[in-house]
Each structure stands twice: as structure tokens, then as C-alpha cells.
Design a protein around this ligand. Structure first.
Ligand SMILES: NC(=O)c1ccc[n+]([C@@H]2O[C@H](COP(=O)([O-])OP(=O)(O)OC[C@H]3O[C@@H](n4cnc5c(N)ncnc54)[C@H](OP(=O)(O)O)[C@@H]3O)[C@@H](O)[C@H]2O)c1
Length: 310
């Protein structure tokens, strides 16, 4: 049964109320990332693009993964700082072989932001047979981090910021995440929350399984982006203007994600969860070590099979 907060209307309203109570942390302009190489997935629009511009202004070189609007994103970021080094790779993160190929081209990073996300109009299955949101929000991130670690592309202490959502808090834990289900528009937000719940559980598992990394997972709060662009026209007319009216632009939110990525306050505090820049406990069960271990092992086994142990 669809719960009240799973409807687009209540999801938007509850996000807006959270926003009213929030004061995002501000990162002093003096915090720099000069010469650092930072990977951002979904860096071609929305929050990822805004974050890339902010990091480039702070002196970083950025590498973006995304599917569309690659050149426009590259140009927009270059205008943020003359001489900035911006590499853009076109890749569908739900295509396993394409991700393996791009991993071979990426090189090393000082920091990583796993940000790509999507809200389809109804259930969709990837070419590997997973639910699109489970694949994009969880398994693709696991594939990237696994590939980078195996290539020794992340130094000890590298910070990995994982962009999730507070929508995970009320969603059920999806035990059988490898079997896709069929749902219409009304079921999309429930699956979005469930996929983000898996993501936050995996983030906590990553903290335990990769002690050399510094994991921060967060919900940036509602933002006026086009993430609902696939919604049916009958919903889009209400959701898009409501998002624009109630939520800040991604440029206003990017500083709080830069804070999560660069702030010295989080050094040595792997596993921190932030909502709207404030540290809190993630949803119940997300820090359950046994459940995290099981999810980690299942994903590893799947990736091992898909990539032939590469
Ligand atoms: N907007 C909100 O209110 C909100 C609230 C809480 C959390 N979040 C989270 O914040 C993150 C960023 O969201 P956003 O609002 O900035 O969304 P957005 O504007 O739609 O941007 C999403 C990015 O992810 C990329 N992406 C989507 N599917 C992909 C795929 N299969 N392969 C490669 N790249 C793909 C998109 O590339 P294309 O242009 O090629 O699709 C785009 O660059 C997401 O993880 C989202 O769940 C958003």
C-alpha cells in the first residue's frame, strides 16, 4: 500500500519543511583543494555540476562521469576558473562493461563523490537484469569503488562522499534486491527510498570493509533540479514548479557537499551521516553490521561474476 509520505506531494512537502528548519554549513572560501583530482559521478547537471564548479573554484581538477550534456557541463565548469582541468567521460553507469572500460581510463583520485541518481517514471530493468535505481544507486557505486581500489587509484585516507537521501529512512529494507519488481508511477518513490536505504547500508559496510577510506554519506535535502524530468506530464506540472518554489538551487546546496568532502572536521570520522549538513543517525538498521556484511558479500559476488574477477 502506498503510504502518505510516498506520494510526490507529501515527499515534496516534507522535504520543504526540513529545509525550513535547516541552515546548511558554509565552507570558508579559504578551504582549498588546490591540485587535488576529484571524481564526481552524475557531474553533468544538477547537484553534481554545481559541486564541480565549486570545487574547481577551490583549485581542484575534476573528472566527471555522466551520459548527456557532457560538453556543456565541461564549458560551464571551465568558466568557473580559467585553466581548470576538467575531464568528462560519457558512460551509462548501469552498463557493466562500459563502467569497466571507463575504470581503465580514469587514473587516480584524491577524493570521490558518488552522486549520480535518477527517478524513472516507472519500473525499469537494466541490461544486467537489476532494477534501474538499485543498479544506479547501489551496484554501480560498488563497481566503481571496487575498481578504483583494485587499481590502487585511491590513496589511504581518500574521502568518498556518497549522496543518498532521507527518503531511505522510512523505506523497507529490500532483502531480495537482485530480483526486479514491476511498479507504476505510484511505486517509484517507494523504490527510490528502498534503493537509497540499500545505498546507505552499503556506505556503512564500505566504512567497515575499506578502513583505508574515509566514508561520508549524506542527504543534501531537496533541490530545484530536473531529477523528476521523467515524471508523467500530469505530475510534472505540479512537482517541477513546487520544487522550484520550495527548494534551493543546486548552486546553493553545493557548498554543503564541498564541506562534507573537504572539511577537516570529518578527518578520522569515517561513516559520518549528514542530513542538510547536520550529523545524525541514519535510518534504523542502516548501521546493522550483519545486514551490511550480507549486502556487501552479495554485491561482491555479483560483481565478481559480471567482471570475471577483473
Ligand atoms: N533533487 C533533489 O531534491 C534530491 C534530494 C535528495 C537527494 N538527491 C540526490 O542527489 C543526487 C543528485 O541529484 P540531482 O537532483 O542533481 O539530479 P539530476 O539533476 O537529475 O542529476 C543527476 C545526474 O546523474 C546522472 N545520471 C543519471 N543516470 C545515470 C546513468 N545511468 N549513468 C550515468 N549518469 C547518470 C545524470 O546524467 P544524465 O543527464 O545523463 O541523466 C546527471 O548528471 C542524486 O543521487 C539524488 O538521488 C536529490
Amino acid at each position: 500500500m502506498q503510504r502518505r509520505h510516498d506520494t510526490p506531494f507529501f515527499a515534496t512537502l516534507s522535504g520543504a519543511l526540513d529545509q525550513l528548519r535547516a541552515k546548511l554549513p558554509e565552507l570558508d572560501e579559504s578551504v582549498r583543494a588546490d591540485g587535488e583530482r576529484i571524481l564526481i559521478t552524475g557531474g553533468t547537471r544538477g547537484l553534481g555540476l554545481a559541486l564541480a564548479k565549486d570545487l574547481v573554484r577551490r583549485g581542484a581538477d575534476v573528472v566527471l562521469l555522466g551520459r548527456s550534456g557532457l560538453r556543456a557541463a565541461e564549458e560551464a565548469i571551465r568558466t568557473a576558473r580559467q585553466g581548470a582541468r576538467v575531464d568528462v567521460h560519457g558512460v551509462d553507469l548501469t552498463e557493466v562493461d562500459a563502467v569497466e572500460r571507463v575504470l581503465g581510463e580514469l587514473g587516480g583520485f584524491d577524493r570521490v563523490v558518488l552522486n549520480a541518481g535518477a527517478v524513472p517514471s516507472s519500473s525499469r530493468v537494466t541490461s544486467s537484469g537489476l532494477d534501474l535505481m538499485v543498479h544506479l544507486h547501489v551496484v554501480a557505486n560498488a563497481q566503481l569503488v571496487r575498481g578504483l581500489r583494485r587499481r590502487h587509484a585511491l590513496p589511504d585516507g581518500a574521502r568518498v562522499v556518497i549522496v543518498g537521501s532521507e527518503a531511505h529512512r522510512k523505506a523497507a529494507f529490500l532483502d531480495d534486491w537482485q530480483t526486479p519488481t514491476t511498479y507504476g508511477t505510484a511505486g517509484v518513490l517507494e523504490m527510490y527510498g528502498q534503493s537509497k536505504r540499500l545505498l546507505h547500508t552499503w556506505a556503512e559496510a564500505l566504512k567497515r570493509e575499506a578502513p583505508e577510506l574515509e566514508v561520508v554519506h549524506l542527504c543534501p535535502g531537496g533541490m530545484a533540479t530536473d531529477i523528476a524530468r521523467e515524471a508523467p506530464a500530469s505530475l510534472r506540472w505540479a512537482v517541477n514548479p513546487a520544487m522550484r518554489l520550495l527548494f534551493p538551487a543546486p548552486d546553493e546546496v553545493a557548498g554543503s557537499v564541498s564541506w562534507a568532502l573537504l572539511s577537516p572536521h570529518l578527518v578520522g570520522r569515517s561513516g559520518t551521516y549528514l542530513h542538510l549538513g547536520v550529523e545524525k543517525e541514519p535510518g534504523e538498521g542502516v548501521r546493522d553490521a550483519e545486514r551490511g556484511r550480507r549486502l556487501w558479500t552479495e554485491i561482491e559476488a555479483l560483481l565478481e561474476r559480471w567482471t570475471d574477477g577483473a
